[in-house]
Design a protein around this ligand. Structure first.
Ligand code: PLP
Length: 415
């Protein structure tokens, strides 16, 4: 199946009971069984079926299996947010005294979460990139995983997934990849060697910003061992199913971060047009970046597919020429950045990405408010920078909107 066909038909046949083309919303907390024996079997994973929606639910399960197909994974667990996906995926394999390594350019909320787990005795080492030089001095017997994003948000640096995976595997470690900003439209992390894929499905997968959610997809390829991952306990004997089985029956279930059936339904609906939308997001973002580049009053336009981007070659090779839907602009001062945001007509000033509508934000005063200036700089955040999540509007309207905002700011606040 080609990609756009897989979005509609991959692991999905509609509702086989009624012929409905979409999955019904099983808005039910619990599922009764005829006999005590049946419910016992379900509780022990000895029979298929549903017991309680904190553990699994048919509408959520349908969304999970569609994502598993698209990611080419073994299994997925959908959760209540992208942050829940990151936190339970990591806590599924970590214990006090363990260490992980993460790229600096990760999402602000992820950096905040790293501070939380430091308090639980888990050390997080931050690196600029996943290279031998960077990892060499850091990896030790306590290191349990390496974390990165495909396209850093908002640094927009590109991770060479295959090279990173090969390197991480050479240390016997799993590669956990947050692919939210790229999505399977741009690349499939598992095919390139990533072991666990994280998506904040609140973003492009959902597409219309109507539900917060996340999903974790396990490739089943990483060999978890008793020696290195004692916290995985009895699940280790399940081999390639160990990670997902522990997540489903233990970490995810007990942290209670389940996804509501309604939100899973909205995600499945959004998923069907992901290819169409991403195509437009990428084209609009490149066109807008080109229209703004080298204009007076703009210090810098960052977009991976701009020839001036330090990540252009990687974006061409690794992202197949598709730069994603996010760009950033630097406008010389915070005052100019604020005035620019305030004078945009269509772009909504909001903390989100991946909507059909164009969204802007000043990351330094919002998403990265809890990070120091040095941490912000490492993540590519400066006080004159605005992040634009380019929507699917007609590009002529977007270009006109951004150029008039620039003209207004240049007049009012000369740089
Ligand atoms: C938004 C985002 C998250 C967090 O997702 P939520 O659904 O908001 O919890 C994680 N990673 C990336 C790259 C994101 O953009």
């Amino acid at each position: 199946m080609k990609y756009d066909t897989a979005l509609l038909h991959g692991n999905f046949e509609g509702d086989t009971n009624t012929g409905a083309t979409l999955i019904p919303i099983y808005q039910s907390s619990a599922f009764g069984q005829k006999t005590a024996e049946e419910i016992e079997k379900i509780f022990h994973n000895k029979a298929p079926g549903y017991a309680y929606s904190r553990i699994s639910n048919p509408t959520v399960a349908s969304f999970e299996s569609r994502i598993t197909y698209l990611e080419n994974g073994l299994a997925s667990v959908a959760v209540s947010s992208g942050m829940a996906a990151i936190s339970v995926a990591l806590l599924n394999i970590l214990g006090a005294g363990d260490e992980i390594i993460s790229k600096a350019s990760v999402f602000g909320g992820t950096l905040d979460f790293f501070k939380d787990i430091e308090k639980l005795g888990i050390k997080v080492h931050i690196v600029e990139d996943i290279t031998k030089d960077e990892l060499e001095g850091l990896v030790n017997s306590k290191t349990k995983a390496v974390f990165a994003e495909t396209i850093g948000n908002p640094k927009l640096d590109v991770t060479d997934i295959k090279a990173a995976a090969d390197l991480i595997h050479s240390y016997g470690l799993p590669f956990i990849l947050d692919n939210t900003t790229a999505t399977t439209y741009i690349l499939r992390g598992i095919d390139l060697g990533a072991d666990i894929i994280i998506n904040s499905s609140s973003k492009y997968i959902n597409g219309s910003s109507n539900s917060i959610s996340g999903i974790i997809t396990d490739s089943g390829n990483f060999k978890w061992t008793e020696e290195k991952y004692p916290v995985m306990g009895e699940y280790l004997k399940l081999g390639k199913f160990a990670f997902t089985a522990k997540l489903r029956n233990d970490t995810f279930r007990n942290f209670g971060c389940c996804l509501s059936p309604m939100n899973a339904y909205f995600n499945s609906l959004g998923l069907e047009t992901l290819g169409l939308r991403m195509d437009r997001h990428c084209k609009n973002a490149l066109a807008l970046a080109e229209a703004l580049e080298n204009k007076a009053g703009i210090r810098e336009v960052n977009y991976p597919m701009l020839k001036s981007s330090p990540y252009y070659t990687k974006a061409n090779d690794i992202l197949g020429g598709k730069g994603g839907g996010i760009l950033t602009l630097r406008l010389y001062t915070k005052e100019r950045a604020f005035a620019f945001i305030n004078s945009l007509k269509y772009a909504v000033n909001i903390t989100n990405i991946g909507d059909t509508k164009t969204l802007v934000i000043h990351p330094s005063s919002t998403i990265y408010a809890h990070s120091s200036e040095a941490e912000q700089a490492k993540a590519g955040v400066y006080d004159d920078l605005i992040r634009v999540s380019v929507g699917i509007e007609d590009i002529r309207d977007l270009t006109e909107d951004f150029l008039s905002a620039l003209e207004y700011v240049n007049e009012k606040l000369p740089f």
